[in-house]
Each structure stands twice: as C-alpha cells, then as structure tokens.
Design a protein around this ligand. Structure first.
Ligand code: XUL
Ligand code: CO
Length: 433
C-alpha cells in the first residue's frame, strides 16, 4: 500500500439523502435497470493518462501537481501503477484505459520503449490478478514525442510510419495480453497544419493502409476485442482526417473496413466538430459502427478540448438514450477521458471528480432508461413518420419520378404542413429523472 490516498475510504452507495461527500448518490452498481445491473450498463473506466500522467500544465504554464511518482524511471512507473490500482479499488472501477506512454518510462529508441512497456505490462498483469478492474482499451501514444510532429501513419517520412506501426504492434500485443475489450486509434496528429506542405490524398492512403495492417494483425494474434477509431476534428492539428463519425464512416467504406472497425465517440470532440454528443451517437448507431464512449465535457466559453469531468445530467440523459437505443455497450464502456483542473491539487480531488462523474452518468442513464421504457418519445417520433407505413407511402418510395408525377396529378396530392412539436418533446424529456 502507498500512502497517497491515505484515509480515503472505499466509495459506497448511500443514496440521495446522504451528507457524505465520499459516497455515490445515484450510482448503485447492483441496481437493476431494464433488466441488468447499472454497473453493466455503464461500464465505467478510469483514464490512466489524465489521472496519473497529467502534470497540471496548460498552454501558459507547466506542472502544478506534485505527485510522488513523477519521474521517468521504472521505479516511478511502478509506484504510479500501485497508486492507480489503489484508486481503481477505492472507486471499485470496473475498467481502466491506457496509452503505452502513460505506463512506461520514455526510452530513447524503439528497443527501450518496447522493453520498458513489456516490463510494465508484466507488472500490471500481476496486479490485475488480484484486482476487480479490467482493461477497457489500450492505445499507442503516437502524438506526444517530437518524432510524430508531422503525423504518425500520415507522416511524409516512411520511417515514422514504420516506427508507428511497430509501436501499434507492441500496444496491441499488450492490450491482448491484459484481456483488453477494445483497441483504440486516436489520430492526434493524423491531419495537417497547412495544406501548403500536405499531400492530402497520399496521407489518407497511408492512414487507410495502417488501419488495414492493424485489422490483419488483430486476426493474426486472435484478439477478440473491437478496433475503434476516435473521431476528433482538430486540436492538436488544424484539421484531422478522422473529423467526425460521418467522415470516419466514409473513410472506413473507402478501405473496406466498415465491418471491422467501430467508433469511440467523445463528448468534447463531438462539440468541437460542431455536433451534439447525441448526434454523433445516433449517427454511429444508424450506421452500425457504434462502439464505446469517452465521457467528458468542454468548457462552453473557452471553445477548446478542456476534458473536464461531466456534470450535466440532462445532456448525459440524451447521450445514454442513444446508447440504450443502440442496444447498450457490448465491448464498449464509459471511459472518463477527463482531467482535474490544474488547481485541484489534492488526492481527494482525484477521487471526488470520478465519484461525481459516475453519479451524473448513473442519473442520466436511469432517466434515459425511463424515457425509453415509457415509449412516449419514440411513439411521437414514429407518429411523425407514420405516412411512410401506409400503402401510398410505400408506393412513393419504391416508385420513379414519372410515376410519382402522374400520382401527384391524378390524386391531387397537396401536402398540409404539420407541427414538429419540438417544445412539447423538450417538455416531455425534462420530465424523466
Ligand atoms: C485526445 C483524446 C485521447 C484519446 C486516446 O483528445 O481524447 O486521450 O482518447 O488517445
Ligand atoms: Co478521448
């Protein structure tokens, strides 16, 4: 045991009347909702990078957190893992997620990185034998090191493509070894800073080729998890090729991978792309590529990817409504891709940020479940389209322009506009708590 979390007890469900800050008010893991326990609906995951690797920096200043495990050697990496698993235990977190660079010291070449990663994966695998926390997904950090400044798979230099491919292989091996449910590709630098130096078509081909190699390798090693792309429109790049769900779908179609790869949708990224979270979720569901979510929120004024913990129950309700409509998570889950504000220095801040986030997600999911179960919203939506279920509606859709022309003339079709009833639906949605 380390002494980092000191006196902080295991977090238990106490209900909404409790005055204790260190308890769940809405998240009762074993509560049955729509026939299954809340914990299996939500599948919460802690992000290793934000909770244990983030130093508190922002564009104007560096480290604010003093953590006993900060440093670039194996002893520190192991202490970091000890603290991480202590936090997973305090929260009884079902899952965690990591990048290679979060868990291992940074080496000076591929050999050292690989060696460091393997030693840390041994260490983490041992911890997982007596922990309840499983791996939701692993991923490679192909964006922090300066070698990736012009991209990873989309780099103009083939040696960077090679370095990236080798790194993905080690990370996929590590994820497989730890029993990961998914493997994520977020292309932080797969885009451009200026079109003036960029061969866009070529870079897109390179990204597609890398993805095909990842899928081939998944089958080769028998990894049964899902490969996920995490869309984001920009930041750090000016433009990222995996802009949003629609763009990723087009890309997957182009490389014949739409049956192989799904999406990990992040709240903040959806907003940066000019969409709502529920829009991205609904589209992924309709296209059959919904996989998992990164739950967080951005500051509504600053306009960049602030990765804050979620706290808005009505917004979360609409998001989980889409997740439930998609049939819930299969391999996916709710990963808190969220970090403390840089003034939140204390160990308890790390715990309470997750407690609050788990609670608002539980409240949102329960409201969404009631809304779905009740069926009023779906009935009103269906009613709006009911004309398509009639004989005439079906004929129109299966017809051609000439026949429809004659039909409109003969039957004197003269549509009468109907209310979209938006406010009535908004009022309805606010009733579910
Ligand atoms: C960056 C982001 C990443 C991915 C994993 O905006 O969301 O942390 O989730 O690389
Ligand atoms: Co993310």
């Amino acid at each position: 045991m380390t002494d980092f979390f000191n006196e902080i007890p295991k977090i238990k469900y106490e209900g909404q009347e409790s005055e204790n800050d260190f308890c769940f008010r809405h998240y009762n893991p074993d509560e049955i909702v729509l026939g299954k326990p809340l914990k299996d609906h939500l599948r919460f995951s802690v992000a290793y990078w934000h909770s244990f690797a983030f130093e508190g920096g922002d564009p104007f200043g560096g480290q604010t957190f003093n953590r006993p495990w900060f440093g670039n050697d194996m002893k520190m990496a192991k202490l970091k893992a000890d603290v991480a698993f202590e936090m997973f235990d305090i929260l009884d977190a079902p899952f965690f997620c990591f990048h290679d660079a979060d868990v291992r010291p940074e080496g000076t070449n591929f050999f050292e990185n690989n060696d460091n990663l393997n030693e840390m994966i041994d260490y983490i695998a041992e911890k997982m034998t007596y922990s309840n926390t499983k791996l939701l997904w692993g991923t490679a950090n192909l964006f922090s090191n300066r070698r990736y400044m012009s991209g990873a798979a989309t780099n103009p230099d083939p040696d960077v493509f090679a370095f990236s491919a080798a790194t993905i292989k080690s990370c996929l091996d590590a994820t497989h070894r730890l029993g990961g449910k998914n493997y994520v590709l977020w292309g932080g630098r797969e885009g451009y800073e200026t079109l003036l130096n960029t061969h866009m078509g070529r870079e897109r081909e390179q990204a597609g080729r890398m993805l095909q190699m990842v899928v081939d390798y998944k089958y080769k090693i028998g990894f049964e998890g899902t490969i996920l792309i995490e869309p984001k429109p920009q930041e750090p790049t000016k433009h990222q090729y995996d802009y949003d769900v629609a763009t990723v779908y087009g890309f997957l179609k182009d490389f014949n991978l739409e049956g192989e790869v799904k999406v990990n949708i992040e709240q903040g990224h959806a907003i940066l792309a000019g969409h709502s979270f529920e829009h991205e979720l609904a589209l992924a569901r309709e296209l059959g590529i919904f996989g998992s979510i990164d739950m967080n929120r951005n500051d509504y004024q600053s306009g960049w990817d602030t990765d804050q913990f979620p706290n808005n129950i009505p917004e979360i309700t609409l998001a989980y409504y889409e997740v439930l409509k998609a049939g819930g998570f299969k391999n996916g889950g709710t990963n808190f891709d969220a970090k403390l504000r840089r003034q939140s220095l204390d160990a308890e801040d790390l715990i309470l940020s997750h407690v609050g986030a788990m609670d608002v997600c539980a409240a949102g999911l329960k409201a969404a479940a009631k809304m779905l179960d009740d069926g009023k919203l779906e009935a009103m939506r269906d009613e709006r389209y009911s004309g398509w279920d009639t004989q005439s509606g079906k004929e129109i859709l299966n017809s051609d322009l000439e026949t429809i022309y004659t039909k409109v003339l003969n039957e004197n079709i003269n549509p009468e506009p109907k209310s979209g009833r938006q406010e009535r639906l908004e009022n309805l949605v606010n009733r579910y708590k």
